[in-house]
Design a protein around this ligand. Structure first.
Ligand code: KQY
Length: 364
C-alpha cells in the first residue's frame, strides 16, 4: 500500500539523501515521442538501452514504458533490467518521477512534485503532460512507498543536495514565470526546506546556455561528495557559456554551505559547441505546441549531466576532443567509483542527458 501523507518530510524526520549515497536502484522511462526524438525514437532507444545497461552493472534498474512499446523495450533490454508499463508523455524520469526521502531508521518515502513540462502553457516543451504528472505516484505505488504531494512545480533536475543540509538550485529555473509565478523566492525556499529537509538553499544564478529546461542545475554543476562540486566550464571567453559558468563559480566560492564549509569547485571543460544537423532536425516530427528542432541550433551539452550509481558513474560522451579529459578528470575525482562513458548525442538531441533520464531510489 502507498498512502498520501498530509505532513512534510521535514516534520516527519525524512530528508533527501545525496545521489552519492547507496541506492536500492535506478528508474528510467523509455523514449518514443516522434516530435522530440528523431526517427520515431529509434536512435534514442539504443542510447537509452546503453545507459540502462551501463547502470545495471552497478545496481538494479527499472525501465517504465508505454504499453505500445513494451515488447520492443523488453527485447532491446537485457533480462536483468525490469521493464514495467508506466504511461508517460516523454522519457525524463528525473523530472517527472518522485524524489525519494529517507529517515534515520532506513524508512523510505517519496515526494511527488507538480510537473508542467518545464513551464506549462507559458514556455513548456509540449502539451499535454498529464501522463508524466502521474508517473511519480505510479512509481511510489509500485514500490509501496508512502507519498508526500508537494505544492510546488519542480523537476528533479532542478535540485541537487549534499545529504548534509544543503540544496543547490538555479534562480533562472526555479524563479522562472512558467513554474510557480504566484510564489516568492522565500516561499519557494521554504517549500524546498520542508520537502527536502535542508537547512540552506544555494541559488546559482543561471544554468547552461540554451538549456530548454530554463537552466536546470543538473546540467551546470553537481555534487561529487559533501563540500565538493563539479562545474561545467569553458576557457573560451567569447562562448556564451563563459559568463554563466564564471558567475556560478564566483557565487559558489562566496557561499558557505549548511555546515559552514567553503565549497571546493572542480571545473570540467565542456565539449565544443554541438549543433543539430539538418539530417537530425529533419528526423523530428513537427507538432504544434512542442518545441521545434531546427538545424544549426546549439544543444546544451555538458559532461556534468552524469549519474552516480553504486560504485560507479555513467557519464556522457559526444565524440568530442574533450571527452577523454572529462572521463579522466571525473575518474580522478571519484576514486572509489568506476567511471564509464556512454555515447549520448542522441539523448542530447532530445534536450537533456544521462542525469535527466535517471532517478535514484535510495537503499533502505
Ligand atoms: O534536461 C532535462 N532534465 C529534461 C529535458 C527535457 C527536454 C524535453 N524535450
Amino acid at each position: 500500500m502507498s498512502i498520501t501523507l498530509e505532513s512534510t518530510p521535514r516534520a516527519d524526520g525524512f530528508s533527501m539523501p545525496a545521489e552519492f549515497a547507496p541506492h536500492a536502484g535506478t528508474w528510467m522511462l523509455w523514449p518514443q515521442r516522434p516530435d522530440n526524438w528523431r526517427l520515431g525514437g529509434k536512435p534514442a532507444q539504443k542510447a537509452f538501452a546503453a545507459v540502462a545497461t551501463a547502470i545495471a552493472q552497478f545496481e538494479p534498474l527499472t525501465m517504465g514504458v508505454n504499453a505500445n512499446q513494451y515488447m520492443n523495450a523488453r527485447q532491446m533490454l537485457p533480462p536483468h533490467i525490469r521493464v514495467v508499463e508506466i504511461s508517460n508523455n516523454d522519457a525524463w524520469l528525473r523530472d517527472c518521477g518522485p524524489t525519494f526521502v529517507t529517515n534515520d531508521k532506513g524508512d523510505v518515502r517519496g515526494v511527488d512534485w507538480s510537473f508542467n513540462a518545464w513551464g506549462g502553457l507559458y514556455n513548456g516543451l509540449y502539451f499535454p503532460w498529464d501522463l508524466d504528472e502521474a508517473v511519480a505516484q505510479k512509481v511510489l505505488e509500485i514500490e509501496r512507498v508512502d507519498r508526500y504531494k508537494a505544492p510546488l512545480v519542480l523537476e528533479g533536475g532542478s535540485i541537487h543536495v549534499d545529504g548534509e543540509g544543503t540544496c543547490i538550485t538555479t534562480a533562472e529555473c526555479l524563479l522562472s514565470p512558467g513554474r510557480n509565478p504566484d510564489l516568492s523566492k522565500d516561499e519557494i525556499e521554504t517549500h524546498l526546506k520542508n520537502y527536502l529537509n535542508v537547512e540552506k538553499v544555494l541559488w546559482v544564478p543561471r544554468g547552461v546556455f540554451h538549456d530548454e529546461t530554463t537552466g536546470h542545475v543538473d546540467n551546470i554543476l553537481c555534487y561529487l561528495r559533501p563540500g565538493v562540486v563539479a562545474l561545467t566550464w569553458t576557457d573560451d571567453k567569447s562562448d556564451p557559456q563563459y559568463e554563466r559558468s564564471a558567475e556560478a563559480y564566483e557565487y559558489l566560492m562566496s557561499q558557505p554551505d549548511a555546515k559552514g564549509r567553503r565549497l571546493e569547485v572542480h571545473k570540467i571543460h565542456q565539449p565544443n559547441p554541438i549543433l543539430i544537423t539538418s539530417e537530425e532536425a529533419g528526423g523530428v516530427d513537427t507538432v504544434e505546441g512542442s518545441i521545434p528542432r531546427e538545424a544549426g541550433d546549439r544543444m546544451a551539452a555538458s559532461y556534468i549531466n552524469f549519474y552516480l550509481c553504486n560504485g560507479g558513474a555513467v557519464i556522457p560522451s559526444f565524440d568530442d576532443p574533450h571527452d577523454a579529459a572529462a572521463l579522466e578528470t571525473l575518474q580522478n575525482l571519484l576514486p572509489d567509483r568506476r567511471v564509464v562513458s556512454v555515447p549520448a548525442r542522441e539523448i542530447l538531441l532530445g534536450g537533456g542527458n544521462i542525469h535527466c533520464i535517471t532517478q535514484q531510489q535510495p537503499k533502505n
